[in-house]
Design a protein around this ligand. Structure first.
Ligand code: FE
Length: 445
């Protein structure tokens, strides 16, 4: 499977069919092992009922490819009413009596019709765009399906193989000093890649010199913050963060539990339905922006801005590296999946922060793609000249101070979504997503 962000000219019918079918195989595999009882999930603001989510994926593909692009009549009279995420309130997603058979049939019919209508050869740009959009949308819901399984304590997704990731490696540690300067943040139109509206378009940003960690913060490092009373020291938290901490009564990361079986006191962590040793050199995972910032305050550090993050991932020290790289290691996709980053969802969970040295950025930062989404200090804002894409509600409703930018993708993110300019965004309080962070020095050494 090619992880390239596709140039418009390369979206042939064969390619589109391969991606659409591949995304669908993953979607079905992520739900196939769930029992009927497991499909009845509690009403939580951070999850979607799985059958609703599957129906929404089918509806989205129908909405854009068959109805919007193809001009076809709706397949279901109740489709918009049930599955339009912009139009239906979140808690009503629990109400409709959806049957698994009904939803699987809807998924199948939509995809069959889409595939049947693809013309041969290179697709017209609009059709190529909507094939890309439907694939990306389905991939993103696949990641959401995966963290919903974590939230609910279900078994790991059957699509992920345990223990198949890259082993730990040599890591110089510490910070990389980046001299700053003018940097073009965002996607370049000249790439002619399909990109979301929020990446459009590259624009110059002046970045002051900064020092950024080569690796993400680890469980071991975060445990020292917890042990030092980090969750109980008001002075380490922002006002909003402290309000959240008190409301949530947070004492430690959400999926940690104190280890009580003999020896020195320590922690275990829950990964899906199993409790595991903490893994001191694994990245801290499932913390929100408030927890990340409190840790930074304790450590005398700060979160990077998204511009700093992108410069560390895509820029380089040598003049030859002045052109932005598509991925931290360069412009070429990995020769084989899993060789260069823990991404794609085929390997279960995170790798040690030292793993995958071949994926280093030109500045020497490790794992800027995959493993854990990284919180930044930047609120999610439009780039200058922002124009919403056809799917108007993808970005625009979320340009609020409560939404923060996260960068880099996680172990469960499909590789074809990820690139150095990709922007994810979540509310600051979300701990259920596969997010950690890396830090910057407060001052240059
Ligand atoms: Fe959606």
């Amino acid at each position: 499977m090619t992880p390239l962000p596709l140039a418009a000219e390369a979206m042939t019918a064969e390619f589109a069919a391969e991606w659409l079918q591949d995304a669908r195989r993953r979607t079905l595999a992520l739900a196939a092992d769930l029992s009927d009882a497991q499909l009845q999930v509690p009403l939580l603001p951070i999850v979607n009922p799985p059958l609703w989510e599957l129906g929404h994926v089918a509806w989205f593909q129908e909405r854009w490819l068959l109805r919007h692009y193809g001009g076809q009549a709706p397949l279901r009279a109740d489709g918009d009413e049930l599955f339009d995420s912009s139009g239906v309130a979140h808690d009503t997603r629990w109400l409709p009596p959806l049957s698994r058979t009904d939803i699987l049939t809807y998924l199948q019919i939509v995809l069959e019709r889409v595939l049947a209508t693809l013309p041969a050869g290179v697709l017209p740009p609009d059709e190529g765009y909507f094939c890309w959009l439907a694939t990306m949308h389905e991939d993103m819901h696949g990641e959401a399906f995966t963290y919903t399984r974590q939230t609910l304590g279900y078994a790991p997704p059957p699509t992920a193989v345990a223990g198949a990731g890259s082993p730990r490696a040599e890591l110089p540690g510490g910070d990389v000093v980046i001299p700053g300067g003018e940097f073009r943040v965002g996607a370049e139109p000249a790439e002619r890649a399909f990109v979301f509206d929020n990446e459009q378009w590259a624009h110059p940003v002046q970045i002051a010199p900064f020092a950024i960690a080569r690796a993400a913060v680890t469980n071991g490092e975060f445990a020292a913050f917890v042990a030092d009373g980090g969750y109980h020291r008001r002075e380490l938290w922002s006002a909003e963060g402290w309000t959240w901490r008190n409301g949530a009564r947070a004492e430690h990361p959400v999926y940690w539990a104190a280890e009580s079986s003999g020896g020195a006191p320590g922690w275990r962590r829950r990964e899906f339905d199993r409790w595991l040793p903490l893994g001191d050199d694994l990245p801290i995972l499932h913390v929100n922006a408030f927890e990340a910032e409190a840790y930074c305050c304790w450590a005398g550090r700060r979160l990077p801005s998204e511009a700093e993050w992108e410069m560390a991932a895509a820029g380089g020290p040598a003049p030859a590296e002045a052109a932005k790289r598509r991925w931290p290691w360069g412009d070429s996709p990995p020769s084989k999946p899993g060789a260069i980053a823990q991404w794609g969802g085929g390997v279960l969970g995170c790798a040690p922060v030292s793993a995958y040295p071949a994926g280093d950025s030109a500045w020497g930062c490790r794992q800027m793609m995959g493993n854990v989404w990284e919180w930044t200090a930047s609120p999610f804002r439009p780039y200058p000249g922002f124009v919403p894409g056809p799917y108007r509600d993808y970005s625009q409703p979320w340009f609020t101070p409560e939404h923060r930018v996260l960068r880099g993708g996680c172990w469960a993110t499909r590789a074809r979504l990820l690139r150095n300019t990709w922007r994810n965004f979540y509310p600051t309080h979300r701990r259920d997503v596969f997010a950690g962070f890396r830090t910057c020095a407060l001052a240059l050494p």
